[in-house]
Design a protein around this ligand. Sequence first.
Ligand code: P6P
Length: 327
Amino acid sequence: MLLLSQFLKQQETEDKLVDLIGTLMLACKEVAIQLREGELAGVLGSTDNTNVQGETQKKMDVIANDLLKKFLLDNALVAGIASEEEDHPVGGNPNGKYLVIFDPLDGSSNIDINVSVGTIFSVLEIEEGMDPTKDEAYLQCGRKQVAAGYVLYGQSSILSLSTGHGVNFFTLAHTGDFILTRQQVTIPKETNEFAINMSNHRFWEDEMRNYIGDLLQGEEGARGKNFNMRWIASMVAEVHRVLTRGGIFAYPWDSRDSSKPGKLRLMYEGNPMSMLIEQAGGVSSTCYKNILDLEPKHIHQRCSVALGSSKEVETLLTYHSESSDGR
Ligand code: P6P
């Protein structure tokens, strides 16, 4: 059995990054404990507040966000953090090396029905002369991430992590250690499983409607095979399924207003998940451009997402011509 820190050192991961990932996991372990207690700890339900996204904050959104902030800003390696639950970045050690961007509890609308949620994180290095209390320091292209991952709080708590050398899974043991349980995760190139919120069908571009329409026609249609649909409304759980057995997950933009590209956020959902997907041999696109190649404009920027099994995403892309508005 290999502990997370032992595995990272075996991979010759920089000591400072091993330290930072260890701090992230201390926070996630606390989140896992709170979630496991649930009603007994009085952590379910909503607060009276809404976040910068205009979404009602769940109690656990705030608890998870505060835990991650506390643990990370106590680590001298952290120059600053940005969060889905924070309007603006929060500065840490002025001499710190890393910026951590996170969605503290993705899928939190599922908390009250006891369905899986997760913490998503993206790690960047602060560039010379940048101010970690300002958005600009964080607005780096996804390919500059030095690490990305999530902790899925399900039947078991599983860390899915990439430091640029593939994707590995670690399961949280009763001892409090994350133990290596799956090495060099690879996404099957083909799939018969798709995940999309069909209630948004009327908002999609024709290209997406045509693609999904062909999936729904099954073996009598253009694709010549039957497809199954899943929708958990928790991106972490969807991505974990794709990494584990393949599939395609899509949250396309609303074609009525190209200024509002979809629901998912680039910096703490699109970029970290795209690093994992590409590192595991999959493809992650806006339907017109690789998500990791996008130049971020602001911290809470949204992006359209279509990710998963390489051959299936590539088939989706054949339904889309070149974007006219730089999407
Ligand atoms: P909808 C959760 O709020 C989230 O950001 C993702 O985790 C999830 O995939 C998506 O939104 C679900 O959106 O519109 O189906 O509720």
